[in-house]
Design a protein around this ligand. Sequence first.
Ligand SMILES: Nc1ncnc2c1ncn2[C@@H]1O[C@H](COP(=O)(O)OP(=O)(O)OP(=O)(O)O)[C@@H](O)[C@H]1O
Ligand SMILES: [Mg+2]
Length: 356
Amino acid sequence: MSKRKISTLEICGPEQGSSQTHGDNLGFCGSRPCYRGPYDLRQGQKRSMLPCVVEQEEPANKRKREEDSPQTNGDKPYNLKAKRVKKIWKACVGKYYSKGELLGQGGFGSVYAGTRLSDGLPVALKYVRKDEEEELNLPGLEDPMPREVGLFKMVNTPSTHPNILKLYDWFDRPASYVMAMERPNPCQDLFEYCQEQGGALNEDQARNIAQQLLGALQHCHDCGVVHRDVKPENILIQPETQEIKLIDFGCGDPLKHTPYEEFSGTPCFLPPEWFQKKKFLAGPGTVWSVGVTLYNIVCGRLPFETFTSKKMRQVKFHGDVSAGFKDFVRCCLRPRAEDRTNLEQLQFHPWLHQSS
Ligand SMILES: Nc1ncnc2c1ncn2[C@@H]1O[C@H](COP(=O)(O)OP(=O)(O)OP(=O)(O)O)[C@@H](O)[C@H]1O
Ligand SMILES: [Mg+2]
């Protein structure tokens, strides 16, 4: 079974200047396992950037012809014959949405700014290659759907959450799928935002982000979804309101109470039990990634440079941070998963409720 996203591993060929290799540590048997090593927000390198191939659009005249064919929408493409499916869905995206500038690119897809033609609503269009992507069967729906779409639907049902991006629509293609999602306007991902703010945020900003993020992650778990790739690149922020939205369920999975044993996510945000035992539980794994994310946005660097149990035993703080913040991060980054504060308890941590 192969899972989406090997972000850091994918971007770090030797030619990109990685000075350390930790392949065995990461539980990967690929031929070029390495990671970027010390990560500093100010270095300006995203952790999940890889050029990808997006299916070519049909020539304009052909597209025009197809636009005249019957349209369907939503969740019913799988029981149609492949050729017909292709025809219908290729026509659909362009019929309902216009595509604008590229917003982001990862290992499996590209995200573009878009507009819904009927009412001018800003959207983001994410084009994803299917590869070996598994499909999910959701209760109440006849047909299976791509995992990311299914998880997105689960977190938007029965109620949405203000800090989780909304999925409006999706289109299936034989080798790829397209998701039309909410696009807060203006917004940036938290990685870019931190860079613009000089590399790090103050604790008041971080506290506000942490409160929203924990609420979003709790909602995911309540809906039976584990995100598994919590990091600044997967959090959008609206600079004026400081409201955040959790995005990118491409590494997620249905929540289970037994360990996850396959790699998914971004190595520097994975907990020590992954590096030691090649498995981790949803709750402690999520809390660890929250700790790394908070450390990252406040300290402007990652807490650990190497992924050995010795190095990951104790987090060191650089710069002027409060005792409350240190305690919050330490609660998330306790080396033994069973000692780590759980997601529910973490929401009551005093640092989160401190007034500025
Ligand atoms: N709805 C959106 N509005 C604005 N920008 C977005 C939106 N969705 C994604 N982006 C931008 O595109 C980047 C990549 O998006 P996303 O994280 O969904 O894909 P990815 O990391 O390439 O995922 P994968 O490799 O799993 O396909 C984000 O980090 C963000 O900068
Ligand atoms: Mg992403």
